[in-house]
Design a protein around this ligand. Structure first.
Ligand SMILES: [Zn+2]
Length: 469
């Protein structure tokens, strides 16, 4: 039912919903796959689409930052009429993940289809849907308050390289320091806990990755002529991989847990009270895995939200073709990634990995550790910060139910934004953990985006009295 008497934002969102959906569907047809050079022109088209939409909505300052080396990012600013109002920077991204394997999509990824309440298409959830949600929120905020300008000074920063690990975001932050100056960052790229249990996210894990290669001889050799007489790099690498965890699922890099910040008793109690159906989670969020497992002493949610991990992403070595080939292979390699939690730093974990590899390299084997990028540091927001209190209140108004805090296991540039801009970061997201982001058949639940927009619209109205500058 439209027109809730308790807050005017609901009716405003409802009135604007059709136009919002039409615009989002149009944006989703642009294949802005930032990780694929063949689609870099599409990232530019996507940025232009967003800039045009912002101008049409009345944002007074809109810029496409396309001078390179970063793929085009979009910046917009809408000053509050009150010069003392706080300034909020909303962060999101408009690049999307690749779509392979294409044959697993039920609808073409860039021809968005609405089935019931679900909108299917690449980027629907991650992250165009949530960026569009903010455009709707601002329109609803103005309609609901009858104002010509927002109650807070709003800035929007939508980058085009998030799915590539934001390789040039520091450069953008440096080049546009004045534009991006703010009192608070609202980070929009995280999910709710569940459809029936909406939550405010308060943190993300970090990530760092590396490839370890073991090389023995200069070529494979006959396992009869030399086998038993020389080290086997595949065996050595398998031993290293096997030694990554102990029997309790604890990562064995030296010093890995030093300084790790554990969640408070209050947070653990909150999370324990969230609904959690392990069977459904395994089926919908865990790729159909048959059991939940991991570090002893922690629940599944804690394992994926606030505990650090070591994962083997892939391993190759020796002969893998048809039939048998009796050799001692010359090399083997493994790709590893580590999810990090507050208290850990990517560069420190890489040093720990190097020590671990050194300690597990047998004589006669040469080891090489190739690090992939700089990694992404973890971030956790202060749950007692007034912005988080206001955010939770706005969510409760929009969702008509109590809202708890949660975390998410994925990674993003929140810590970087915090460090570079020197302000707190809070998370405002309204998607679901099982939206199949980065996978075939990505979707978003449209009524949740409308609730998210309603929450954001309420937040812009109540924030000035909560954030004393
Ligand atoms: Zn994303």
């Amino acid at each position: 039912m439209a027109g809730d008497s308790r807050h005017p934002e609901r009716a405003a969102v409802t009135a604007l919903a059709d136009g919002f959906l039409a615009g989002l569907r149009e944006w989703l047809t642009i294949p802005s796959i930032g990780t694929d050079p063949a689609h870099h022109a599409d990232v530019g088209r996507s940025a232009s689409w967003l800039a045009a939409a912002l101008r049409a909505d009345g944002w007074p300052q809109v810029e496409v930052w396309d001078a390179g080396p970063a793929l085009p990012a979009v910046y917009a600013c809408w000053p509050s009429a009150d010069p003392d109002a706080p300034t909020v920077l909303v962060y999101g991204h408009h690049d999307v993940q690749p779509v392979d394997p294409l044959e697993l999509w039920q609808h073409p990824p860039f021809s968005p289809v609405l089935v019931g309440e679900e909108l299917f298409g690449r980027g629907a959830s991650d992250d165009k849907g949530q960026v569009a949600m903010h455009l709707l929120a601002v329109r609803a905020h103005l309609a609901a308050t009858g104002q010509a300008a927002p109650s807070v000074t709003l800035k929007l920063f939508v980058e085009g390289e998030e799915e590539s690990g934001s390789p040039h975001i520091r450069r953008l932050l440096d080049d546009h320091r004045t534009d991006l100056a703010c009192d608070l960052v609202v980070f929009t790229d995280t999910p709710l806990h569940e459809r029936d249990a909406p939550t405010v996210c308060t943190g993300q894990r970090g990530v760092v990755g590396a490839e370890v290669t073991f090389t023995g001889g200069s070529s494979d050799v006959h396992s009869g002529r030399a086998g038993g007489g020389v080290p086997n790099p595949v065996t050595a690498l398998a031993r290293l991989v096997g030694a990554l965890h102990d029997d309790n699922g604890r990562v064995q890099l030296p010093g890995f847990y030093d300084g790790v910040l554990e969640p408070s008793e209050q947070e653990r109690a909150d999370w324990a009270s969230l609904p959690f159906d392990e069977t459904a989670w395994l089926a919908h969020n865990a790729g159909g895995a048959q059991v939940a497992s991991g570090e002893a002493g922690w629940s599944t949610l804690e394992r994926v939200w606030v505990r650090p991990t070591a994962e083997v992403n892939g391993i190759v070595g020796g002969y893998t073709g048809p039939g048998l080939k009796t050799i001692v292979p010359s090399r083997a390699s493994v790709k590893l990634s580590f999810r990090l939690v507050p208290g850990q730093r990517p560069e420190v974990v890489i040093d720990q990995l190097r020590s671990f590899v050194l300690a597990h390299t047998p004589a006669g084997v040469h080891a090489e550790v190739e690090v992939r990028g700089e990694g992404v540091p973890p971030y956790a927001a202060d749950v007692t910060h007034p912005a988080n209190t206001a955010l939770r209140e706005a969510f409760e108004a929009a969702f008509d139910q109590p809202v708890r805090f949660s975390r998410t296991g994925g990674s993003g540039p929140a810590a970087l934004l915090h460090a570079w801009l020197g302000v707190p970061v809070v998370y405002l997201g309204a998607t679901l953990p099982d939206d199949r982001i980065h996978a075939p058949n990505e979707r978003v639940v449209v009524p949740l985006l409308l609730k998210g927009a309603e929450a954001a619209a309420v937040l812009w109205r109540i924030l000035p009295e909560r954030l004393v500058r």
